[in-house]
Design a protein around this ligand. Structure first.
Ligand code: ZN
Ligand code: ZN
Length: 348
């Protein structure tokens, strides 16, 4: 099969033919219909050392963890729940299937989980991918492949908003209008937030998020954020989400938060960062980090997409086939005007 293969840190991916996957007993193989290019993949491809807490990828790794596909092969035990031709959104890890986290839909906490796209388990920048039978959620016909691939970023946002314990009528500032900020804003609106204010330097991204979840947007280059917050909401929102994850963004979230505010860090910073704890201490901030999602975050996202209660389509700013994939991946490392770009393995 064709796959976009990691070569070396800082180098473009190479589209190559590699061996087709075969499913284990509790596994399946899906034909990848769409796979999102994720900011963390863009970061991981440029990790040269362990200074930021991440291990550089090994040559030969296939990344890609935001995907939907069609089942084409099943292991013996997977047949109890699935059949060929079914379409699924995939949680990008395979757990042991027997421990408490696995049995409660939290396989990302399984000590034996294999993670797609980071080495052991190849990801979905490929024509086919190996997936766990327990780690799939069926896609109804009303959810197309592109939306199916965007269930993963939606689940990231849902998990973050659940962790924030937002109360109806509370307001929030979302720093960053990339896919994560987009999804967080979308769910904040669902959860009854009063003001959902999103800041981003990109006019394109501000326009997308304003159409989908934000009640107001801020251009931090045009107006100091605290002044904009006062103008829009009359006060600083109780909740501040860091959806950027670069050095300095956590500090910004603390600076913008009010006394007794809650800061939720969703963006994954893979470099050393410096924060001034005194700012958080004197405001008595609550700081919460979130990671991944549970199976129920996927299930709710799929269900609400199917019933048109939420719409992720505005997040999608482009698709690319294998031919242009490596160039697009390099471009997205710098171009922050796009939101979500999908690999469509069926496209030329
Ligand atoms: Zn991702
Ligand atoms: Zn397990």
């Amino acid at each position: 099969m064709l796959a976009a293969v990691f070569q070396a840190p800082g180098r473009p991916l190479g589209v190559e033919r590699i061996a087709d996957p075969t499913p284990g007993p509790r596994e399946m193989v899906v034909r990848v219909k769409a796979c999102g290019i994720c900011g963390s993949d863009l970061h991981m491809a440029d990790v040269h050392d362990t200074e930021g807490g991440m291990t550089p990828l090994a040559p030969g790794v296939v990344m890609g963890h935001e995907f939907a596909g069609e089942i084409v092969a099943l292991g013996a035990e997977a047949r109890a729940a699935w059949r060929e031709g079914q379409r699924v959104a995939v949680l990008p890890f395979i757990g042991c299937g027997a421990c408490a986290p696995c049995l409660s839909g939290r396989a990302h906490r399984c000590a034996r989980a294999q993670w797609a796209g980071l080495g052991k388990l190849p990801g979905a920048y490929a024509e086919y991918a190996r997936v766990g039978a327990l780690e799939c959620v069926a896609l109804p016909d009303s959810v197309d492949d592109a939306s199916g691939a965007m269930v993963e970023p939606l689940a990231v946002g849902l998990h973050a908003v659940r962790a924030a314990d937002v109360q109806p009528g509370e307001s929030a500032l979302v720093i960053g209008a990339g896919p994560v900020g987009f999804a967080v804003a979308l769910w904040l609106r669902q959860f009854g937030a009063r003001h959902v204010i999103v800041s981003d330097f990109s006019a394109d991204r501000r326009k997308l998020v304003e159409a989908s979840g934000a009640s107001a947007v801020i251009d931090p280059a045009a107006e100091p954020v605290p002044e904009a917050l006062r103008r829009i909401a009359g006060e600083r929102p109780a909740l501040v989400f860091d959806c950027v994850g670069v050095p300095g963004s956590q500090q910004l979230a603390m600076d913008y938060a009010p006394t007794d505010g809650r800061v939720i860090v969703v963006g994954v910073c893979m470099q050393p960062d410096r924060v001034l704890p005194v700012k958080a201490v004197t405001k008595e901030l609550t700081l919460k980090y979130v990671f991944c999602y549970e199976k129920r975050d996927f299930e709710l996202s799929v269900d609400l997409l199917a019933r048109r209660r939420i719409d992720a389509s505005a997040m999608l700013t482009g698709t690319v086939g294998f031919e242009g994939f490596a160039a697009m991946f390099e471009k997205l490392k710098r171009d922050k005007t796009q939101c979500k770009v999908l690999l469509n393995p069926g496209e030329k």
